[in-house]
Design a protein around this ligand. Structure first.
Ligand code: C2E
Ligand code: MG
Ligand code: MG
Ligand code: MG
Length: 281
């Protein structure tokens, strides 16, 4: 109508065009990622990389975290995992990730390298995949991998939504003997209630928390938190450790394990081999 045109003119042509194109770009991106996620042969598009986690005292590798990548690196997991969660594609992708990592663990076992547990990120929306737990157990069986070789990393936002029945889901992993870690601790969702409901084996301190470790007060707060976690038999991993000062501070706070670019970037499976000592057989 004439009135609407008048309003648009008043706003200024640039503003109107800018607004529309941003929306369009956003939609295009969402649609493009959605198309990528729907592809059946996931191994053509995705690959897993593995980032070392070291003992805070000895600096020896004690674990790796598996992280997904697009082979062409076009979009980051931050971009496509969120979309996969809203469309439901995370269920198929989550199963692919699970099998890919378990297959890799069995390969490493056969190559005789020291068997350290490998962490898999588990999205809360995967709890809506009701066959997942039996798929997980069957996949372990298929590749002859022990549940104790797998860590499930789960973000605490999961427990906010009652539909997921997150406590039960996680207890099923625990019953199998899988190691369970609470991811991104110290971010918006933090609540101490989760720690009393679920027997987590590990808590992973978020990178944003580590970056703020610059004064005496935050060091005292962190030491207190770690002390509390140790008293309930939870070990503590710091994420995003980027320099030696952070590494030393975290050790002095009582942190058990460290992960970050300072110790190693995520690596392709073949590069992981050169990183770990052969097991003494
Ligand atoms: P997250 O599980 O908290 O993973 C840690 C993220 O921190 C990874 O980002 C890792 O590359 C990054 N990082 C590690 N050390 C450093 C450091 O020293 N400095 C900085 N700046 N970053 C560091 P990435 O791989 O981009 O993954 C981002 C998030 O995407 C993950 O956060 C996780 O929530 C999700 N994600 C990644 N892979 C998977 C997956 O296979 N499945 C699911 N469900 N989610 C995944
Ligand atoms: Mg993680
Ligand atoms: Mg996470
Ligand atoms: Mg994290």
């Amino acid at each position: 109508s004439e009135m609407a045109m008048y309003e648009a003119k008043k706003l200024g042509k640039n503003q109107v065009v800018y607004f529309n194109s941003t929306m369009n770009e956003h939609l295009k991106l969402h649609t493009e990622i959605d198309e990528i996620l729907k592809v059946q042969d996931k191994e053509n598009i995705f690959t897993m990389v593995y980032q070392p986690i070291v003992n805070a005292v000895t600096k020896k590798i004690v674990s790796f975290e598996a992280l997904i990548r697009m082979k062409d690196r076009k979009y980051s997991p931050m971009e496509f995992i969120g979309i996969a969660e809203t469309t439901g594609e995370i269920q198929a992708l989550g199963r692919w990730i699970t099998e890919e990592v378990i297959k890799q663990i069995s390969l490493w076992n056969m190559q005789g390298i020291s068997a350290v547990p490998i962490a898999i990120n588990f999205s809360c929306k995967q709890m809506l995949d009701h066959g997942y737990l039996s798929f997980f157990e069957n996949t372990l069986d298929k590749y002859g991998v022990l549940p104790t070789q797998v860590v499930i990393e789960i973000t605490e936002s999961v427990f906010m939504d009652i539909r997921y029945n997150g406590v039960n889901f996680i207890n099923e992993f625990k019953k199998m003997g899988v190691i369970v870690a609470l991811d991104d601790f110290g971010t918006g969702y933090s609540s101490l209630i989760y720690l009393t409901n679920i027997n987590f084996d590990k808590v992973k301190l978020d990178r944003s928390f580590i970056q703020k470790l610059i004064d005496d007060k935050s060091v005292k707060v962190l030491s207190g938190i770690i002390h509390m976690l140790h008293s309930i038999d939870v070990s503590v991993v710091a994420e995003g450790v980027e320099d030696e000062i952070q590494s030393r501070t975290l050790l002095s706070c009582g942190c058990d394990e460290l992960q970050g670019y300072y110790f190693g970037r995520p690596l392709g499976p073949n590069h992981v081999l050169s990183f770990v000592e052969p097991s003494s057989k």
